[in-house]
Design a protein around this ligand. Structure first.
Ligand code: GDP
Length: 440
């Protein structure tokens, strides 16, 4: 699901790849791409615009962390905003009443009957409830048979009255039957139509007012994109439902419905259908769905961890030192400690998309920093602050003191010098320009 949207968002993020910071210009460009990707996924125009505007404001207000790239930071912001767009946190069904009455509404073919069965099965197996299914589609005898077959399959009783053509009466009879038999949940499947139609709305509204359901779930086919959103709006205006069920998310849906419904009707998506089988039902978690849409591994938790460790003041000071070419071995070891604080190396690398699988069986030595730290610790405070003063005889002493050898000490000092040179160049725009001009 959402492969297309994923690809396009991926491309949008590439604009930021290799950029040193989030600026007005590169964010604007990235947002343009993201908005295009959302519109292509059939997200409502207004939703897409508000969304990208919000992300932009958040992105520009962020500090750029040394530990993460602007692309990664933006992924995290996008993830939070996408989750927010879909409702933030998961909203559970209200199952406190006994019996709890749940009315199922939606157009024909949306998946109402299938969902009624799935929901009964879920409530029985996951929530320890004793559901009764009520067949309320008085126009299609086949729909009643379909529900009976499902009920048999999952071991849930079905109330039906083939003699009656009155949906309100059938619903009330079903509730009475549930009370008699000690059922704790009543699921009322109702008749749909091919399109929004006044008679259908009146009928469902009548069932609602006479049964006073605790939950009204609107079932809609995610493959229908913007139509799904419009239908949701029409049903909500009339029924004021309590939640949305998005079905057929296993197909190649473009995802627009999942992203726009909450912001258009302001009702949470509570479940998603992911197949025809009775088990193919998931509680809807906005955050998980956002990560799935972004398909970005665990970049989000990587950034969260980095943000937790990030000290703004420290970073500003470091920047100043780099600019003045005063970055020394004390700062260097500080950086190593920062990285170590962020967690086990392998864990960290595993969070980078595409790398996780590759490092799974690799033996990464968490002690890789040990010799480096030993060398730096064997330096005198004067040496740490004045790396240029570390001559050959000092190097020999440091090697001995740290239990390493001259070669390793030379290697580290060379790496440190190279690093300083690069850092200096990046902090000096004039030098950068000169360097770039020198490039072919
Ligand atoms: P109703 O007219 O609203 O009661 O819709 P049905 O429950 O009869 O479903 C219509 C068709 O969609 C049936 O063929 C179902 O098997 C199928 N269907 C329902 N939910 C899903 C789903 O989540 N995924 C897939 N792939 N098919 C579904």
């Amino acid at each position: 699901m959402f492969e297309n949207l994923q690809d396009k968002l991926d491309r949008a993020f590439k604009v930021l790849k290799g950029q040193g910071s989030i600026t007005e210009i590169n964010v604007a460009e990235t947002m343009k791409e993201i908005r295009k990707a959302l519109l292509d996924a059939d997200v409502n125009y207004k939703t897409a615009k508000t969304f990208t505007d919000d992300v932009k404001v958040k992105a520009l207000g962020q500090n750029v962390l040394t530990a993460v790239s602007p692309g990664q930071l933006l992924t995290k912001i996008m993830n939070d905003e996408l989750a927010g767009l879909m409702g933030g946190t998961a909203i559970e069904l209200n199952l406190t009443a006994n019996p709890t009455i749940i009315l199922i509404a939606g157009l024909n073919g949306a998946g109402k009957t299938t969902f009624s069965g799935k929901l009964a099965n879920y409530l029985k197996t996951q929530k320890g409830k004793k559901p009764l299914l009520v067949a309320g589609d008085v126009y299609r005898p086949a729909a009643i048979t379909q529900l009976q077959v499902l009920g048999e399959q999952i071991g849930i009783p079905v109330y039906a009255n083939l003699e009656s053509k009155d949906p309100v009466a059938i619903a009330l009879e079903g509730i009475a039957e549930a009370k008699r038999n000690g059922n704790t949940v009543v699921i009322l499947d109702t008749a749909g139509r091919l399109a929004i139609d006044e008679a259908m709305m009146n009928e469902i509204a009548a069932v609602k007012s006479s049964t006073k359901p605790h939950e009204i779930l609107f079932v809609v086919d995610a493959m229908t994109g913007q139509d799904a959103v419009n239908t949701a709006k029409a049903f909500n205006d009339r029924l004021d439902f309590t939640g949305v069920v998005l079905t057929k998310l296993d197909g190649d849906t473009r995802g627009g419905a999942a992203l726009s419904i909450k912001s258009v009707v302001n009702k949470p998506i509570k479940f998603i259908g992911t197949g025809e089988k009775m088990e193919a039902l998931d509680v809807f978690y906005p955050e998980r769905m956002a990560s799935r849409i972004l398909g970005m591994g665990d970049v989000v938790s990587l950034v969260e961890r980095a943000q937790m460790q990030f000290d703004e003041k420290e970073s500003a000071e470091l920047q100043k030192k780099i600019r003045k070419n005063k970055f020394d071995f004390n700062d260097f070891i500080g950086q190593i400690q920062q990285i170590k604080k962020m967690g086990n190396m392998k864990d960290l690398m595993g969070m980078i998309p595409g790398v996780g699988k590759a490092v799974k069986d690799m033996d990464i030595d968490d002690n890789a920093f040990k010799p480096i730290e030993a060398i730096i610790h064997s330096m005198t405070p004067y040496e740490r602050e004045n790396p240029d003063a570390i001559n050959q005889s000092r190097r020999g002493r440091i090697a001995k003191g740290s239990g390493t050898n001259l070669q390793e000490v030379n290697k580290l000092i060379k790496q440190f010098d190279d690093m300083r040179k690069v850092m200096k160049q990046f902090s000096n725009p004039a030098a950068m320009t000169k360097m770039m001009k020198g490039m072919p």
